[in-house]
Unconditional design. Structure first.
Length: 171
């Protein structure tokens, strides 16, 4: 009986000392990211017209290896939100980055937006642009390639990633 009490006590102490795991993600529209996005679009003259873009902060993160991503909305999401694209950014990485790195990461995601017009119908087509090299050549010419290493280092230190996990980071 005494052994059972010790075991119960140990389990209670162990469970209360473990950090709570939150598997539930929270999605919040971000005015801060939207304002920075508008600034970048104007400053860098990124042509996204007439796309409507939503900027979402994902808490705690999208994943340990994806700091941000640009998504083209499905027909259903477009119906309910009237958005053509959603740019998601992991809250933990956003908080950890300095302003310049945030700006570069967001510019990178904005450059995934590809808006075309159908010559015959005049309808707008919304697509995702793939990298023209391992990154976008414009981002590399403006900032070099070191910005990617900074993001990877930040993710690696935030989540204590193994070398294999570091290799799977997607930017």
């Amino acid at each position: 009986m005494n052994t059972q009490n010790n075991t119960d006590s140990f389990l209670e102490n162990y469970q209360s000392s473990k950090p709570a795991k939150t598997s539930k993600k929270e999605f919040v529209l971000s005015d801060e990211i939207m304002a920075l996005g508008a600034e970048i679009i104007g400053e860098k003259r990124i042509d996204v017209y007439p796309a409507k873009i939503g900027y979402v902060l994902v808490s705690p993160n999208i994943s340990k290896t994806i700091p941000a991503k640009c998504l083209r909305t499905s027909k259903e999401l477009k119906f309910f939100s009237n958005l053509d694209y959603v740019i998601e950014v992991s809250d933990e990485i956003w908080t950890a980055l300095d302003k310049e790195s945030r700006k570069i990461l967001l510019e990178h995601e904005l450059r995934h937006i590809l808006v075309l017009q159908n010559d015959k119908t005049g309808d707008w087509l919304f697509k995702i642009r793939q990298h023209d090299i391992q990154d976008f050549s414009k981002v590399i010419s403006d900032y070099g390639i070191e910005w990617r290493k900074k993001i990877k280092l930040c993710l690696s230190s935030l989540y204590d990633l193994t070398p294999a996990e570091e290799d799977s980071i997607q930017i």
